[in-house]
Design a protein around this ligand. Structure first.
Ligand code: ZN
Length: 272
């Protein structure tokens, strides 16, 4: 069965970054504080028949408002791997935080794939608490509600296979309807963790990221990532600058902008 699955090409595109400290990224802080920058990505799986865009980044205006360094428009950057946002048919939203759903309006022909629990969370009782609401842009949330009325959102209530070689896995934790994506590539299944683990180190040390809805589910999310990957070298964290360093660019002019995740990483740079 496995060997009949299509092989997807899989890319990470880095569109923004910010300076930060180690203590910003772990609940309880970090005893060895120092710089720990954070990158912002979207991901694309290009198969023989279908293309899946995984998350849609944020806009320049939101970057300015939130003090992020905007490197390039994530939707325009899709052209670097031969994908035209205007023609994309499928967008997977791992969750609805501002840095993952900001450009939904730039995909006019797409269906959006989302866990039902995520929209319930983003429109529900907890959004009266700034601690949880600050990760959402209200216009994004309202925009997804409008997309639903336009019959352009597919909701899932559990794991799902979108196509042979592309599967969704809800774990909650960081956000109530957080899901990760598994993509079949020529090196086997690769797990696009998104914010199930922001950095390799959150998962490796069992210390969740500071934006947390349910800490217990975040910890179990790390176990779920491991259970769905052949090794840690098949798991792609959502915000770790190491991804750009240990995976090669498709061509040398895309160094630091696009990384190929369907080829083996430089394991010497990665935690075991
Ligand atoms: Zn998030």
């Amino acid at each position: 069965m496995e060997n009949t699955l299509p092989h997807y090409e899989l890319f990470a595109i880095r569109y923004a970054t910010r300076e930060a400290r180690r203590a910003d990224h772990f609940i309880g802080g970090d005893p060895h504080d120092g710089p720990m920058p954070m990158d912002y990505f979207l991901w694309v799986a290009v198969g023989p028949e279908r293309t899946f865009v995984i998350d849609t980044g944020f806009r320049a205006e939101v970057a300015a408002m939130r003090g992020r360094t905007f490197l390039r428009c994530p939707v325009e950057a899709l052209a670097l791997v031969g994908v035209d946002g205007a023609r994309v048919q499928d967008v997977i939203l791992t969750h609805l935080h501002y840095d993952h759903v900001g450009n939904f309006h730039r995909f006019p022909t797409a269906t959006f794939h989302l866990q039902e629990a995520e929209l319930a969370y983003a429109t529900g009782r907890y959004m009266r608490h700034p601690r949880l609401a600050h990760s959402f842009e209200i216009e994004d949330v309202v925009g997804v509600v409008r997309l639903n009325f336009a019959r352009r959102v597919m909701f899932y209530d559990g794991p799902a296979e979108l196509a042979p070689g592309v599967t969704l896995h809800p774990v909650g934790g960081h956000s109530a309807g957080m899901q990760f994506v598994r993509v079949h590539t020529r090196r086997g299944w690769v797990v696009v963790a998104s914010d199930v683990t922001h950095f390799y180190e959150n998962m490796a040390s069992g210390r969740p990221f500071t934006t947390a809805f349910h800490v217990g589910k975040m910890l179990e999310g790390y176990d779920a990532l491991r259970a769905h990957a052949a090794s840690v070298h098949h798991i792609i964290p959502g915000h770790d600058p190491l991804v750009m360093r240990c995976y090669p660019a498709p061509t040398s002019n895309l160094e630091g902008i696009v990384a190929r995740l369907d080829v083996a990483p430089d394991e010497t740079l990665l935690p075991t």
